[in-house]
Design a binder for this molecule. Structure first.
Ligand code: 5GP
Ligand code: ZN
Length: 138
């Protein structure tokens, strides 16, 4: 499926040209327009899925092996000792483009890491959260 108003559908299909690192029947791997660090990549499925909860299982099964393959090449080529795989779901989590995409962000060891601030949780709170989420787990 394709969403006529989706920029990533247009990029993934090739309708909008992009510097493409890799392409196959399911995915296009491109460079982020506003990279967090040099080499920041995006893996776009060619089909339109808004987020992880919509992602087709067959496509999802290919995503992690491809992420590792691309990240391995990136590490070797750019000599970055680490990298992030990041995937945002929903506006509240910072997703700005509602077409599923996986970020691969190289880390060179000198950047400030601003991922999240460690918080606190009691054993009772954890048990209550576990009960509530567990009830919904299918
Ligand atoms: P999100 O915040 O949704 O997880 O990430 C969206 C990412 O897409 C951002 O990092 C943003 O810089 C990137 N982006 C937005 N529009 C374009 C575009 O037209 N081309 C490319 N290559 N990247 C884009
Ligand atoms: Zn799309």
């Amino acid at each position: 499926m394709r969403d006529e108003n989706c920029i990533f559908c247009k990029i993934a299909s090739g309708e909008i040209p992009s510097t493409t690192l890799y392409e196959d029947g399911d995915f296009r791997v491109i460079f982020d327009l506003a990279p967090a660090s040099p080499g920041h990549l995006l893996i776009l499925p060619k089909e339109h899925f808004a987020d992880l909860l919509e992602l087709d299982e067959a496509v999802a099964a290919k995503l992690l092996p491809l992420s590792a393959r691309v990240a391995r090449a990136m590490k070797e080529a750019l000599s970055c000792p680490g990298f992030h795989l990041v995937q945002n779901n929903g506006e509240a989590a910072g997703q700005t483009v509602r077409h599923f995409h996986m970020h691969i962000i190289p880390r060179y060891g000198k950047e400030e890491l601003l991922l999240w601030k460690p918080g606190e949780c009691t054993e009772e709170e954890r048990a209550e959260l576990c009960r509530r989420i567990g009830e919904k787990l299918q």
